[in-house]
Design a protein around this ligand. Sequence first.
Ligand SMILES: NC(=O)c1ccc[n+]([C@@H]2O[C@H](COP(=O)([O-])OP(=O)(O)OC[C@H]3O[C@@H](n4cnc5c(N)ncnc54)[C@H](OP(=O)(O)O)[C@@H]3O)[C@@H](O)[C@H]2O)c1
Length: 261
Amino acid sequence: MSDTVLITGASSGIGAELALCFAREGSTIILTGRSPEGLAATADRVERAGCPRPRIIIADLANSAGVENLIGALGGCHIDVLVNNAGAGLHGPAVRLDRAAQLSLIDLNVRGAVDLALRFLPGMSEHRRGGVLFVASLAGFAPGGPDMAIYYATKAALLSFSDALSVETAGTGVTITALCPGPTATDFGNRAGFSAGSAVDAYGRMSAEDVAAIGHAAFRAGKRRAIPGWRNRLAHFFMKLAPRDFTLQAIGKAQAQRRKS
Ligand SMILES: NC(=O)c1ccc[n+]([C@@H]2O[C@H](COP(=O)([O-])OP(=O)(O)OC[C@H]3O[C@@H](n4cnc5c(N)ncnc54)[C@H](OP(=O)(O)O)[C@@H]3O)[C@@H](O)[C@H]2O)c1
């Protein structure tokens, strides 16, 4: 495979592992994120895996100037595959969390990802190949996420957008996949501000490596969605069956356990 693949949020966690998956198949990799050290560490890992060193572009995707900087740095380079992985969470009641930080989360998790998809999809359609891998979340299937209200809402929006795009592009040679992980062992929780010792996390966090491998395989197989791990697929199954209010209350209780005392 000799695609040019742009991976956002490639400085750590699932994004770094996805970079390795796409590099190992022989694609040309471009890594983006805010942390030069984190991106360099991912590039080192790709090189150590025997693949060419990826290009690095520093960009903050939580604001439109950052997206413009990324596009400018790409200088018209054709992107075959966009991996929209950059994302973050914020834990706590919405009324107590910082308003600007919550709005910035919407900009990063939704606006930035949608903006990039809309910029690269026309080129993909013209070439009749490639596609977008969205890293959404199991949270995207939930009726809401008390104590992570904005995060759940952003992932629901991303999943909805990804699903709709996958139907719009069906049969065009372009494929759209939403990877929907459950709890995964990365720095995400730390950054979001929740304690990792709760029942939600005890039920089994997957490794970022396994999650990325499943997402990569699903994208290459042209699947609309990938929910990694049987526990997450079971949770998805119950979310589909259970009354919306019941699930909402259950998620509220689980998220409350993540509060730091
Ligand atoms: N871990 C989980 O339990 C879990 C579960 C479901 C879904 N997810 C999703 O998986 C994706 C990856 O998260 P992760 O778990 O791998 O956590 P992570 O290790 O914290 O990775 C998040 C990535 O997003 C980048 N990022 C954050 N803010 C950014 C900004 N303003 N501009 C550009 N890049 C930014 C970070 O890079 P810089 O800091 O270098 O900017 C980092 O590379 C996210 O979309 C997350 O919502 C995670």
